[in-house]
Design a protein around this ligand. Structure first.
Ligand code: FPP
Length: 242
C-alpha cells in the first residue's frame, strides 16, 4: 500500500534573490522586489490549497535596515501595496495575517497602519496563518525573550528555577497566548544560499531544509509543491531512533 503523504504543518521561506533577479533582467532592485511580492502572492495561495496551516516568510530582517533608504522605503511601500490589493481576498479565504518582529519600531507609519488593518481584519480567521517576519532577527528575538523572563523573575511572577524551554518559547514572537505557533517542519531558501541568516534559530532545531538555485521572483507554486512533496517523503526522527 502506498504510504500516505504527510503535509507539513508549517513551512517557512527565506525569499532570497530579488536583487540578483533584477540585475539579471536589467531592471531596478525595487522591480525585483515587486516581482518577489508577486511570487509571494502565488505561494500563499498554493500553501492554502495544499492544506498547510502556517506559512512564514522572511520579508525584512533587522539587518536589512543597512540597505539604501530608497530600497528600504520601496520594500515597505510594496507591503502597503500588497495589503491594499490582497487583504480582501486573504480575508475571503479565511487567511489570518500575523507578524513576527517588533514592527512598530522604525517601520514607516503607512506600513504600520496597513499591517494593523490586516491584523485586525483577519484576526478571527482560522484558515492558513500567514506569518510575515518583519524587522525580525532571531538573536534579538531570543534576547528579548530572556529579558522578558528576567522581568517576570524581578516582579516575582516566576522564580529563576521555573525557566524551561517551554516558558522561554512562549516569550518568542512565535509564542502565543493560545498556544505557540508550531516549529517549522520545513524551511526553504531560494537563490542558492545555504544559511539561516538569523531566521528562526530557536524554532529551526528540528526543521528540515530545502535549498533551490531558483531566484525568488522565479519561484513558482509548482516548484513549491515539488519541494513540499519531497519533504513529505523524508523520515524525521527528532533525535529519536524510530
Ligand atoms: C531578499 O532578496 C529579499 C528581501 C530582503 C525582501 C523580500 C521582500 C519581498 C519578497 C517583497 C514583498 C514582501 C512583502 C511582505 C511586501 P535580496 O534583495 O537580498 O536579493 P539579492 O541577495 O539577490 O540581492
Amino acid at each position: 500500500m502506498e504510504e500516505s503523504i504527510k503535509t507539513p504543518r508549517h513551512v517557512a521561506v527565506i525569499m532570497d534573490g530579488n536583487g540578483r533577479w533584477a540585475k539579471k533582467n536589467g531592471v531596478s532592485r525595487l522591480t525585483g522586489h515587486n516581482q518577489g511580492m508577486l511570487a509571494m502572492k502565488e505561494i500563499i495561495k498554493k500553501a492554502d490549497v495544499m492544506g498547510i496551516k502556517y506559512l512564514t516568510v522572511y520579508a525584512f530582517s533587522t539587518e536589512n535596515w543597512k540597505r539604501s533608504q530608497e530600497e528600504v522605503g520601496g520594500i515597505f511601500n510594496l507591503l502597503v501595496k500588497f495589503v491594499g490589493s490582497e487583504l480582501a481576498e486573504l480575508d475571503e479565504n479565511n487567511v489570518k495575517v500575523h507578524i513576527l518582529g517588533d514592527y512598530h519600531e522604525k517601520v514607516p507609519a503607512a506600513a504600520v497602519a496597513s499591517i494593523d488593518k490586516a491584523l485586525e481584519t483577519t484576526y478571527d480567521n482560522d484558515g492558513l496563518q500567514f506569518n510575515i517576519a518583519l524587522n525580525y532577527g532571531s538573536r534579538a528575538e531570543i534576547t528579548r525573550a530572556a529579558e522578558r523572563l528576567c522581568r517576570k523573575v524581578e516582579e516575582g511572577i516566576i522564580k529563576a528555577g521555573d525557566v524551561t524551554e517551554e516558558l522561554l518559547s512562549r516569550e518568542l514572537f512565535t509564542g502565543d497566548e493560545n498556544g505557540n505557533i508550531p516549529d517549522p517542519d520545513l524551511i526553504i531558501r531560494t537563490s542558492g544560499e545555504e544559511r539561516l541568516s538569523n531566521f528562526l534559530l530557536w524554532q529551526a532545531a528540528y526543521s528540515e531544509f530545502a535549498f533551490t538555485q531558483t531566484l525568488w521572483p522565479d519561484f513558482t507554486p509548482e516548484e513549491f509543491e515539488d519541494i513540499v512533496k519531497e519533504f513529505s517523503s523524508r523520515g524525521r526522527r527528532f533525535g529519536g531512533r524510530n
